[in-house]
Design a protein around this ligand. Structure first.
Ligand SMILES: O=c1[nH]c(=O)c2[nH]c(=O)[nH]c2[nH]1
Length: 303
């Protein structure tokens, strides 16, 4: 082994307040509205003095970033997480001198209006167990990047899925199937090429497209389904350059009931927890502009 002798220097660094849990109630009329988000703020620039000498003169405290995130939920509003994140990111870059770049990562948790005596209630909601909406906004001297997305969209089809013709070697015991359950918990993120967007409308359309494509594509593999989902999203929305997808294959194994003399024609399954196949793909336009720092994560930096 060769010992290394080079000088030790500070490399990439960034800092901020992760996972501010902000709930914004709009109560200007008797029918209230709710927004429930987790906001991570991250500042980029030359903060080396703080790391190397304990000099905080360029450091806007993470507490200040947190207070700004809360105040902006009232001052600027929270109509869409993309617009709110853009406003926050632009503020840090434009108004705080040492800040060269800002990244804002947001998750939004959906609430559904409670139904009481057959009518929607004005100020009570039930938390939706569905997907989490996500956004990642990056602003720096070179530009602005918005990535929208969702995660934890758990979806299952009970037929219309096959897996056969795969490569086999001496360790292959998997049997080919022409009818299986396909289930996953989707993470999908899409990169915009503009900020002139109906954020909430596009989000609703993309979610609808994901579900429809998963349901209607006769799948020969989860890989094929992911590509078809990404392609359908890009075909529907010219404001997008690229879609990234990650999908655990939530295996459902037909349980052996023959031992009891009971037939099991794809009716009773063991829903396996782990291990799981993990299939990931990027689907993009051939003329997609450079992604810059769009995918350069904050909260998941080392994960
Ligand atoms: O859709 C699938 N893709 C795979 O790559 C794979 N591998 C496996 O064992 N089952 C599956 N299913």
């Amino acid at each position: 082994m060769t010992d290394l002798t080079g000088a030790i220097v500070l490399g990439d660094h960034q800092y901020g307040k992760a996972e501010n849990r902000i709930v914004r109630i709009y109560r200007d009329t008797p029918r209230h509205e709710i927004r429930d988000v987790s906001v991570s703020t991250c500042l980029r620039g030359d903060f080396s003095a703080a790391h190397l000498a304990g000099d905080q003169s360029s450091v806007l405290p993470t507490d200040t970033q947190k207070q700004t995130a809360y105040s902006y939920a009232k001052e600027k509003g929270l109509d869409s997480i993309e617009e709110y994140g853009l406003t926050l990111a632009r503020h840090f870059v434009d108004d705080v001198a040492p800040v060269e770049g800002a990244r804002i990562e947001i998750e939004e948790y959906a609430w559904q209006r409670a139904v009481v005596d057959g009518a929607e209630h004005d100020h009570t909601w039930v938390r939706k167990g569905e997907e989490v909406r996500t956004a990642a906004i990056t602003v720096d001297a070179d530009g602005t990047w918005v990535v929208g997305g969702l995660k934890d969209l758990v979806i299952l089809k009970s037929t219309g899925s096959e897996f056969f013709g795969f490569l086999k070697d001496e360790y292959t015991i998997l049997e080919e199937t022409h009818d299986r359950v396909m289930a996953t918990s989707l993470v999908v993120q899409w990169r915009f090429v503009t900020t002139d967007v109906d954020w909430n409308g596009v989000y609703a359309g993309i979610k609808e497209q994901i579900v429809a494509t998963f349901a209607t594509v006769h799948s020969l593999a989860l890989q094929q389904t992911l590509y078809e989902i990404g392609k359908a999203i890009l075909e529907r929305y010219p404001v997008l350059a690229e879609v990234r997808l990650s999908a655990p294959n939530k295996h459902h194994f037909a349980h052996d009931l023959a031992r009891f003399g009971v037939e099991n024609d794809n009716e009773v399954f063991h829903a396996a927890d782990r291990p799981y196949g993990l299939i990931q793909a990027t689907v993009q336009r051939s003329d997609a502009p450079d992604a810059g720092p769009a995918w350069s994560a904050y909260a998941g930096w080392l994960s």
